[in-house]
Design a protein around this ligand. Structure first.
Ligand code: NAD
Length: 482
């Protein structure tokens, strides 16, 4: 860190000050105090990082995959040893509770473990005597320099979906983390160095729009993995593709949870509450609309409302806290505006939790809306805050039809004891990640993570075997020996 309290970029194995004179404050969401400043790196900073990554690529790509995997294993062990430090950092800059922060870091470690299995997973294939004496071998090669552009809500987990896998496949990597959570990314860069990744293989460029646009258009960047909001995802996808890059862009969400009258409410209600209000609703898998199939909506709403009004909101540092603040004052104001808009449209607030009094934290009271209609904007747009809307319907068919009308398709869930209904739902719902009595259907790191429709731009999903395909070119060698 420079004396000014502004973070530095990590480029070619050294910490360097951004060329840009502009920087942004990074406040602690739980009290508004400034933690640090983050530079708004520009095209020159990005160019420096791309040059370093290109240079490192020439030697790194030739390292045996087993050597690369050993470094990933070293990284995994360091992450495990520092899991509490990372959890505290995520809690502090993002506002999650400590338990939520630790769980998210553990998911990042899981992705790192999957990356370490590369000597098996990046193997190609072979078919002998395709015609007599002619053999065909498929091999995988790295794509080159990969840029990872990440959102604020998972400061460690999402960079770890990307960097270890991209690197183990033989690519070099540039992380452009969210400017709203740059501290955990800085800790990650130190750990990549400690795990002995050679200079220039892992680079960190802080910043916002200018840094992203420079990465999307730089001829030295071969692939872009992005996670963030829908409008940015579309911009990233179209711009990177127009500049000849391979790109995957995971976008926003509006996740529907269908609750059938036979659902086991004792088990289901806490899971639905955690899905909608956990991480203050700032999760791309957060349940946002409950579609309650009658009869039974009154009973469900009463239980949900009771839980919402008792949610303990406060700073993550307080062990009693169940829900932390949202990331910024603008986000708080935007969510409060959605709540007012919902009321103005005729939806009914049936429960509203409390927020800590005094202080400068960005707290939003958790809110439960009843009598929401599918055409209302609060049922269609991503609110990304602690607001759950209930739509009442008469049948499972109607519920699926409403969920499938959404322009998003990230995740969806059903709560029921009826296996046939759950099976029908799983087959008919238009979403990439589906939960059956699971509120946050996050696939483990060995499965692909992404949504459908407006929740995803690209072909190959993040994590799992899809990610290996994304981070490698396939080459087919056809050979005959005379
Ligand atoms: P965001 O789109 O504001 O920012 C994401 C990244 O893009 C950041 O690094 C930011 O610096 C950059 N960026 C922002 N605006 C830009 C612009 N105009 N031009 C170029 N770059 C820009 O997203 P966020 O608020 O940090 O994250 C929350 C969003 O991410 C939510 O919509 C959430 O649903 C989504 N998300 C999706 C998934 C998924 O798996 N689909 C996972 C996590 C988060």
């Amino acid at each position: 860190m420079a004396e000014t309290g502004t973070l530095e970029n990590y480029v070619g194995g050294t910490w360097v000050r951004s060329r840009s004179v502009e920087s942004l404050e990074v406040p602690d969401p739980s009290n508004g105090s400034v933690l640090v400043r983050v530079p708004r790196s520009d095209a020159e900073d990005v160019d420096l990082a791309v040059r370093a990554a290109r240079k490192a690529f020439e030697t790194w790509r030739r390292q045996p995959v087993v050597e690369r995997a050993r470094r990933v294993l070293a990284l995994r062990n360091l992450l495990e040893a520092h899991v509490d430090d990372f959890a505290r950092s995520v809690m502090r800059e993002n506002g999650k509770t400590l338990d939520e922060a630790r769980a998210s870091v553990e998911r990042g470690i899981e992705a790192t473990e999957f990356a370490a299995s590369a000597p098996t997973t990046v193997q190609g294939s072979f078919l002998g005597d395709v015609t007599p004496g002619v053999d065909t071998t498929l091999i995988r090669e790295p794509v080159g320099v990969v840029a990872g552009i990440t959102p604020f809500n998972f400061p460690v987990m999402i960079p770890l979906w990307m960097a270890p896998l991209a690197l183990v496949c033989g690519n070099t990597f540039i992380l452009k983390p969210s400017e709203r959570v740059p501290l955990s990314a800085t800790m990650l860069a130190r750990l990549f160095a400690e795990a002995d990744f050679p200079s220039g293989t892992f680079n960190l460029v802080h910043g916002d729009v200018a840094a992203v646009n420079a990465l999307l258009t730089h001829p030295g960047v071969n692939a872009v993995s992005f996670v963030g909001s829908a409008p940015t995802a579309k911009h990233v996808y179209t711009t990177a593709a127009a500049h000849g890059k391979r790109v995957q862009a995971l976008a926003g969400a509006k996740n529907f949870i269908i609750v059938l009258p036979d659902a086991d409410l004792d088990h289901s209600v806490p899971v639905i509450i955690s899905s909608a209000y956990g991480m203050a609703g700032e999760r791309c898998l957060a349940g946002s609309v409950v579609v309650a199939v009658e009869p039974g909506a009154d009973r469900l709403i009463e239980r949900l409302g009771d839980a919402v009004s008792h949610l303990a909101t406060g700073p993550g540092t307080d062990p009693g806290t169940e829900m932390g603040p949202v990331i910024r004052a603008e986000n708080r104001d935007r969510v409060l505006k959605w709540i007012r808009e919902g009321e103005a449209m005729g939806a009914q607030v049936v429960a509203r939790g409390t927020v800590p009094t005094g202080g400068e934290g960005y707290y939003v009271p958790p809110v439960l809306f009843d009598r929401v209609r599918p055409e209302m904007s609060i049922a269609q747009e991503e609110i990304f805050g602690p607001v759950l809307c209930v739509i009442r319907v008469g049948s499972l068919d109607e519920a699926i039809e409403i969920a499938n009308r959404s322009r998003f398709g990230n995740a969806s869930a059903i709560f029921t004891r009826d296996g046939k209904a759950a099976r029908d739902f799983a087959h008919r719902i238009e979403a990439g990640m589906v939960g059956i009595n699971i509120g946050v259907p996050a696939p483990a790191a060995y499965f692909p993570f992404a949504g459908w429709k407006g929740s995803f731009y690209g072909d190959l999903h993040a994590t799992g075997r899809d990610a290996i395909e994304f981070y490698t070119h396939r080459k087919v060698v056809i050979s005959r020996w005379f």
